[in-house]
Design a protein around this ligand. Structure first.
Ligand code: OGA
Ligand code: MN
Length: 223
């Protein structure tokens, strides 16, 4: 996919961060790619948001935590209306947290901070927070069609999913289907791929997976 940089030519600096030029340019290309495709089509896609090294380290961390039984079954709804329902959603999750002081979680959040700053500066989105979890779908799991924004809590503004499956093949299933008004978009959960869309707008589902499926999923929040 080619993404133009024409929308934000004036954006060249991020406050408080001085990475080497090349690294910064590559990162901004990924950010621009995600934002420009979101503007064009309601679903932002970029194919190397995390970078190969961070993606494979995060995947190894996820596997470690899962093996150490640190994951729990995901629920549906927020704190007010929360229940676990395996017939709707079968993934296991682990919430990332800066307070864990884990170097990989810290690297991930540093990257998200840079993206949020870039997004707020270029699109005036007013994002003031976020939440992210690892997700693991065992073979036989899925997540039925749903919307990410809760009825009683509108703080989730954008959904972001970053896949960690290096060896995914079509037989593995577990594609993400996004329901646009006039078509369904199917996205392979391939490592590197990052998906970005409005949490209040697009219903989506995770198809039945035939192999373990790993990701980081989260939400950029307002208010
Ligand atoms: C979710 C979700 C999609 C995916 O966790 O809310 O829709 O592709 N995930 O993992
Ligand atoms: Mn969702």
């Amino acid at each position: 996919m080619s993404c133009s940089l024409k929308l934000k030519p004036y954006l060249t600096h991020l406050q408080g961060f001085t990475p080497c030029r090349t690294q910064s340019k590559l990162l901004h290309e990924q950010f621009d790619c995600l934002i420009d495709s979101f503007i064009a089509d309601k679903v932002g896609l970029s194919d190397d948001f995390l970078g190969e090294q961070l993606a494979s380290q995060l995947k190894a961390h996820l596997i470690d935590l899962y093996a150490g039984q640190q994951f729990h079954s995901a629920g549906i709804g927020n704190q007010e209306v929360h229940h676990k329902d395996q017939s709707t959603r079968g993934d296991q999750i682990y919430w990332l947290d800066r307070q864990h002081h884990h170097p990989l979680e810290t690297s991930f959040f540093d990257l998200m901070d840079r993206f949020v700053l870039y997004l707020n500066q270029s699109c005036y989105t007013g994002i003031s927070g976020y939440e992210f979890h690892y997700a693991l779908y065992e073979k036989g799991s899925f997540y039925k069609r749903h919307l990410d924004q809760f009825r009683s809590d509108k703080s989730r503004a954008f959904s972001m999913i970053l896949y960690l499956n290096e060896l995914w093949v079509p037989e593995d299933g577990g594609e993400l289907c996004i329901y646009h008004s006039d078509h369904v978009q199917t996205i392979a959960p391939l490592s590197g791929q990052c998906v970005f869309f409005k949490s209040s707008e697009l219903e989506h589902e995770v198809l039945l997976t035939q192999a373990p499926r790993m990701s980081i999923t989260g939400w950029l929040k307002v208010g």
